[in-house]
Each structure stands twice: as C-alpha cells, then as structure tokens.
Design a protein around this ligand. Structure first.
Ligand code: ADP
Length: 431
C-alpha cells in the first residue's frame, strides 16, 4: 500500500488572501467636501465589493512605503462596507508582531477625516490637533495620511506615523500619496477582475440553462431515430448520426459542468449525504470507465484494501469526482500505460489515489489545474474534449465534504491525484 497521500503532508501553496466587503465612500464632490452625515449613510445604497486580494500585495505596498519614507509605522485601512468603518488591513509589523486591527468611522480621527474629505493631511503635533483620536498605545506625535481614491471615490487611507513631533515634510506626504494611489489602483483592478469574473459566471450560467432544454430534445430525437423506430437508416446515416450523438453528449456534459460550477461558485451546491462505501464507489467508476481505458490501450488496476470504513458523503458526487480523475488519467496516459487506483484510511477519514504513468504535469502548473478553464499545454488535450472545468468542480465537491484534493506529478513519469474525505462531515444536507 502506498504511503498516505500528499494531501496530508504538503502545506497549502495558495497565497493568503484578505477578504473584505469593501466599497467606495460617496463620490467626492467637485468643490465642497462631503458632509459627515452623507458619508454615514453612503454605504447603505451601494453594492459592496467583495475584494479578494492577496495579502502580500497590500503588505508589499505598505512595506515599500515604509522603506521609502523611512518610518517604522505605516498602515493601510480600507472602508468596510458592512461595518461602515475604516479597518486596518495591512501594516508594518509592530514589535509585538501581528496586525492591530484599528477601526474608525469616516470623519473620526485623522484618517477618518482624510477619508471623509479625500484630502491628504500632514499633522506636526497630534497633541495640538483636536481631530486626532488615540487608538491603542502607539507613541504617535506626528503623522501623514493620504486617501486611496478610485474614480472620485475614497476606498481607504494610508498613514505613516512617528513618535517625534514635526517628523514629516510635504514631499513625504506627496510620496505617501503616490503609494496610496498605487494601492487604490491594485484594489480597483482586483475588484474589476472579480466583477468581470462574476459577470462571466452569471452569463455562462444563464446561457447553459437556456441550452439545456433544446439540447435534451435534440438528444431525445437522435436516440429515437437511431433506435430505428422512425424507419431504417443507411449505414452512412447511422454513422453520421452517431457522430452527432457523440458531439451532443459532449456538449451536454459541458453545459452540465458550467451549471454545476456556477452553483458551486454561488455556494448553492447541495450535497445529499448518506453513509457510503468508497470502495464500492471506486469499483463502480472503474467498471464504467474500463471500456474507455481498453480503447486507449491503458491498463486500469484496482488495489483496494477490504474493510474501509463507511464515509458520510454524497455518493453520486464522489463518483463524479473519481470518474473525473480516472477519466483524466486515461486521457493523459499514452497507450501501454498503467493506471492504479488505491485507497486507505488516514486522519479519521478515507483517501483514494489515482496514479497514472502518463504525461505528468509541470510543477509550476500543479495547483493551477484546479483553476477553472486551466489546461496544461502538453499536446494531449486536443481531440479529447474537455474544457478545464472537471478538476475545479472536483475541488469544490471534495472541499464541500470537508475533504482535500491534491496532486503530485513528474513530467514524463505520471501523476497521482489523491482525495481525502473525512468519515463524518456534511455541512450541507439535501433539502
Ligand atoms: P479537462 O480534463 O476537461 O481539460 P480538468 O479540470 O479535469 O479539465 O483538467 C485540467 C487539466 O489538467 C487538463 O486539461 C490537463 O491538462 C491536466 N490534467 C488533469 N489530469 C491530468 C493527468 N492525470 N495527467 C496529466 N495532466 C492532467
């Protein structure tokens, strides 16, 4: 039996991301600064941006600003639409370590004032400025603060502070403003990319839904004609119609995949969980795909131990995941290759591995293949159909069960895909 799967051993390579529902404060008036009251209600009628931005991006901007300004305290706050407050999302590390998550309302404190007016501020001595509000125990005497502005909207603020009075000059404020502009641009770009993604998903979901009904009727009619119930077919007609049937099946699979992915991305996938024997599910999948493996000239071997514990899962979905892994192994393994399916018990759950002796996947792409539409250019994809959605859906399904999926691979030697599922974890029940 192979050692327990890599899903247990390898730390996740995914970048840490900061997720915040943010949104712009109201558009800055051309001449007059916005009134505090207007700001307080501004978020309410605005749709939030759920910005998922790699933490390193924000931290890097803050670090670069700190280095350029030669300060030890520099932080970036974004407007949290849900709370109606500015919240610190990145900062230079304090001696105590960690991020002190200050929160302040627009108009409150110096940063709140900058967010409210959209104007940068340089304060020589905070003790002589009534707008200053001390949060925490940082020894602050002077500061500079610049707004993050995108399209006339304030998104947040960047602040650098010093324990000395009059530590900053106007050119340092100008420099901070440049970094704040850079941060605003990065955030706005992240938002726009997500917006495009969301629109694409919504579009695909609608289109695939609309395609489903006509496609079902096409499939139905093809089946009737092929059954001979509408009269005899010439061999050529049968041959052509079978090609149409194969293409229609492919199209149907793609439409189903798109719909399932849209549901998963919207968090609406329902799992109907019951105790299931993963060995049996694996054998079912192998039975279904054996003819495909034989056609491809690939050996499909099962090495499953007896007595695996039952796991609580949605059997149809787990079969779908396994079928995708085995189907891929067949697609990407040249004739005379070998596919081996093994399973075992670990960490209070069960793992199943699908190992092939096929093309392999370059290390740099091993995590990307779980991104939607991603396909490795190893020259084997074309002609096999597939749109790079299967593994994305598989990941959603496995993680939806509280499990993990991972791959180890060497180009030219083959790949091993492993899923691990807990014995009992099913947060979403079928309704
Ligand atoms: P599809 O197979 O429909 O393209 P998937 O999401 O299932 O979509 O897989 C994404 C890509 O990952 C594939 O196109 C292929 O490039 C790569 N891949 C998946 N499984 C394997 C495998 N066993 N061996 C080599 N490459 C693989």
């Amino acid at each position: 039996m192979p050692p327990p799967p890599s899903v247990h051993a390898r730390p996740s390579t995914a970048p840490r991301v900061r997720k915040i529902i943010t949104g712009p404060l109201p558009k800055l008036p051309a001449e007059q600064p916005a009134a505090v009251g207007a700001v307080a209600v501004a978020g309410a009628d605005r749709r939030g941006w759920e910005i998922v931005i790699p933490e390193v991006v924000l931290n890097k901007i803050v670090r670069n600003a700190g280095r350029a300004l030669q300060v030890e305290r520099c932080s970036l706050a974004l407007f949290d639409l849900t709370a109606g407050e500015l919240v610190t999302v990145a900062a230079l590390p304090t001696p105590a370590g960690g991020l002190r998550r200050s929160r302040f309302r627009p108009g409150e404190g110096i940063a709140g004032e900058v967010a409210r007016t959209g104007q940068p501020l340089l304060i020589d001595d905070v003790e002589r400025d009534r707008r200053f509000k001390r949060l925490g125990r940082d020894p602050i005497r002077s500061l500079i603060c610049a707004p993050l502005i995108d399209g006339g909207h304030v998104l947040g603020t960047m602040t650098a502070t010093s324990p000395q009075p009059a530590a900053f000059n106007p050119s340092q404020l100008e420099l901070l403003t440049i970094f704040a502009d850079q941060a605003a641009l990065a955030i706005a770009q992240a938002h726009r990319a997500e917006e495009v993604d969301r629109l694409k998903s919504a579009f695909l979901s609608t289109v695939s839904h609309e395609l489903r009904t006509p496609l079902s009727s096409i499939r139905g009619f093809i089946e009737i004609i092929l059954s001979g119930r509408t009269g005899p077919l010439t061999p050529v007609q049968r041959d052509f119609l079978e090609s149409v049937q194969a293409s229609t099946k492919q199209l149907h699979r793609l439409v189903e995949d798109i719909m399932q992915l849209s549901l998963a991305e919207a968090g609406q996938l329902r799992l109907a969980c019951l105790p299931a024997d993963i060995g049996e599910l694996t054998r079912n999948v192998a039975r279904q795909l054996r003819p495909q493996a034989e056609t491809a000239g690939v050996t499909l071997e099962l090495a499953l131990p007896g007595g695996l514990p039952l796991i609580e899962c949605d059997a149809a979905r787990i079969e779908q995941v396994l079928a995708n892994l085995v189907g891929n192994a067949i697609k990407f393994t040249p004739p005379a290759g070998q596919i081996t399916i093994t399973a075992g018990e670990a960490d209070g759950g069960v793992w199943v591995s699908v190992r092939d002796t096929g093309a392999g996947i370059p290390e740099a792409e091993q995590q990307k293949i779980f991104d939607r539409l991603y396909q490795v250019q190893h020259g084997l994809n074309r002609g096999y159909g597939g749109a790079g959605l299967g593994l994305t859906i598989a990941k959603y399904l496995v993680e939806g069960h509280g499990g993990r999926i991972d791959v180890t691979s060497r180009v030219g030697h083959g790949s091993t895909f492993t899923i691990w599922l807990p014995r009992r974890f099913c947060p979403v029940r079928s309704d």
